[in-house]
Design a protein around this ligand. Structure first.
Ligand code: X8Z
Ligand code: ZN
Length: 603
């Protein structure tokens, strides 16, 4: 008797629980919403395809003094803004959302997306939105049209990067680093305008500032996001402190200098100190000569082969025809955006990548990163995902996929497996781990510290431009433990030398979160699917890994990102798998650093 009663109670609890989750969808309302969304999706797709195609031309073909592309791009972007930000769309979406409880999950997500799209284009202030679009186009042209020079000779960003990786003469390094910062001066005035225009655009729809608008895409307030980011920073701090101490001593020895408290930025193998992996050459694991022997085309084809080996389709022929994958020749008569990106032009199968691939390890990793975006696009381009939701589960997911594949493609067993000849010496696993930590762990204080702090203050606190450079280097000192080689006054704008500050604003923490996420995914794949040590895997050819990844990519933004993570890995967002990965290195670093004084404080 008692157990029958319990059973009834249990059953009614289950039924009630289920009812609370499945909404009572009103069919009449659903039909009206569907009609509206069908129209919206069709127009949205058409206008965003036109804007992306024009923007593609602008960024792959920059000719000084030629306004044709810029004008066309601006017009297409304005047309898109007039539609997505229209009062009619804002009011319709809001009206339907008032009955949120009676809508299907998919409809609710689409309507919320309509409002997010309107967020930085509200046509209640059309003139301001127009000005913002024009200012953004101009800033991008200045950034990528800029000619870097060294001793009066033109220098490409690829040459700067190679110089900072390989040059051993400190005087020459200083000149290279300073040359790389010149572009910031040119961009400062434009960024002053954009700081105001971006904030004012989103305020019309009630967002406090542009930073909080971007955070809202994760369903978080600025304060919630800052708390999440601080947790990541704090968790990584002990590892980063050991890496910082090790690097200070290593570089001082290398350059015959006293050990500095803060590392001079021009000693590091990257313009912003975001990746220090170039400091370590692992015997038996030098990828550069092996890649150089294969040539640039091989790098992109190899990345595709890796995805195909997991069961992803071959890239559509149009990808190869329309992408811009290699540097523009010096005599081309035009410049192109030199930063890597991936494009979903028509939200269907016109997918392209813009890169300047050269046969080295950095670009090898980047080709995998960009194809991750491309395969994400292809996976969520399906009838279950309407064009409005053809996005990552959140922005960090989009960045994580290709970076995960990049990590996998850089592990020694994988490298050997695909036939890259790195010699007969067996690489020392601790050195491999050190090199990886100098990439992945070092990236966190940069992305979740310096970049996060600066962009947050730039928009949320309206940091005055008279303090930008001072603040930039304060943050770099506190989070990254680095310092400029000589004082940098406010005539410089070192933050603006980072492309994202100009053309992908207030979202750089995507990459920090993507690294956290990628270690969670990698940990799951290694333990649950491959049954291999996460530090020594080979995904190549593993259809089961591909199936797992596709199940994450296919729904795009039609699902809740937190639920998806929980469902796929069993946990919430956590830096623990990343820390676990590098755990063996902590002991080694402590040993190396014995008797050395750490100079990096708490954050
Ligand atoms: O910007 C990128 C990608 C864009 S699709 C190449 N990344 C960040 C950077 O270069 O600063 C990848 C990792 C960090
Ligand atoms: Zn990316």
């Amino acid at each position: 008797m008692k157990s029958a009663l319990l059973l009834v109670l249990l059953l009614s609890f289950l039924v009630l629980g289920a009812c609370a989750k499945t909404r009572k969808v009103d069919p009449e309302l659903a039909a009206a919403v569907q009609r509206y969304l069908d129209g919206y999706n069709a127009t949205y797709q058409k206008l965003s395809a036109a804007a992306s195609a024009a923007d593609w031309d602008s960024q792959t073909h920059i000719v000084e003094g030629d306004e044709t592309n810029a004008k066309r791009t601006q017009a297409a972007m304005e047309a898109q803004a007039v539609f997505t930000g229209s009062v009619e769309n804002i009011e319709t979406a809001r009206r339907f959302l008032e009955r949120k409880g009676e809508l299907s999950d998919l409809h609710r997500r689409e309507l919320e997306r309509v409002l997010f799209q309107a967020g930085d284009n509200p046509q209640t202030i059309p003139e301001l939105v127009k000005q913002r679009i024009a200012a953004e186009t101009a800033q991008t042209e200045k950034l990528y049209g800029f000619t870097f020079t060294l001793d009066g000779k033109e220098l490409t960003p690829n040459e700067i990067d190679k110089g900072l990786r390989e040059e051993t003469d400190l005087a020459k390094r200083r000149k290279l680093w300073e040359a790389s910062k010149e572009v910031g001066k040119e961009l400062k005035a434009g960024l002053v305008g954009l700081q105001r225009l971006r904030n004012e655009s989103v305020r019309a729809l009630g967002y406090p500032d542009f930073f909080s608008y971007m955070a809202s895409e994760y369903g978080m307030s600025t304060a919630e996001l800052a708390a999440e980011i601080e947790t990541v920073n704090r968790e990584l701090r002990p590892l980063f402190r050991e890496l910082h101490t090790w690097t200070r001593h290593e570089l001082a020895k290398r350059y015959g200098q006293p050990v500095p408290d803060l590392i001079p930025a021009d000693w590091l193998p990257n313009r912003w100190g975001q990746d220090w992996s170039g400091l370590v050459e692992v015997k038996g694991f030098d990828l550069d000569p092996a890649l150089n022997a294969r040539g640039s085309e091989w790098l992109v084809q190899q990345a595709e082969r890796f995805y195909v080996s997991l069961g992803f389709p071959a890239l559509p022929p149009s990808f190869w025809e329309k992408s811009s994958l290699y540097p523009a020749p010096a005599n081309a008569g035009f410049k192109k955006n030199t930063h890597a990106s991936a494009w979903h032009i028509d939200l269907e199968h016109d997918v392209r990548s813009l890169m300047s691939v050269e046969p080295n390890a950095d670009w090898y990793e980047t080709t995998h990163h960009e194809l991750g975006h491309i395969y994400y696009y292809l996976c969520y381009t399906n009838p279950q995902v309407p064009p409005l939701l053809r996005e990552g589960a959140n922005r960090a997911y989009h960045e994580a996929v290709g970076s995960l594949m990049g990590l996998a493609a850089m592990q020694p067993r994988f490298v050997k497996g695909v036939g890259l000849d790195t010699g007969t010496t067996q690489p020392d696993p601790m050195q491999v781990l050190l090199k990886e930590a100098l990439n992945y762990a070092v990236f966190i204080p940069w992305s979740a510290g310096t970049m996060f702090g600066f962009e947050k203050e730039l928009y949320a606190d309206e940091l005055p431009s008279s303090k930008w450079n001072q603040r930039w280097w304060e943050l770099a000192a506190r989070y990254q433990g680095i310092a400029p080689p000589t004082p940098r006054g406010e005539e410089f704008c070192d933050a603006a030398t980072k492309t994202h500050i100009n053309d992908d604003p207030a979202g750089y923490y995507d990459y920090a979160l993507s690294f956290v996420l990628l270690f969670q995914l990698h940990d799951h794949i290694a333990h649950e699917i491959l049954h291999e040590d996460p530090r020594d895997t080979n995904y190549f050819g593993r259809k089961d890994v591909g199936e797992f990844l596709r199940s994450i990519l296919t729904p795009g933004m039609s699902v809740d990102w937190r639920e998806l993570l929980k469902e796929k890995t069993g946990s919430a967002l956590s830096a623990k798998p990343m820390l676990r990965y590098f755990e063996p290195l902590m002991g080694w670093l402590k040993e190396q650093n014995r008797g050395r004084k750490p100079t990096l404080g708490e954050i």
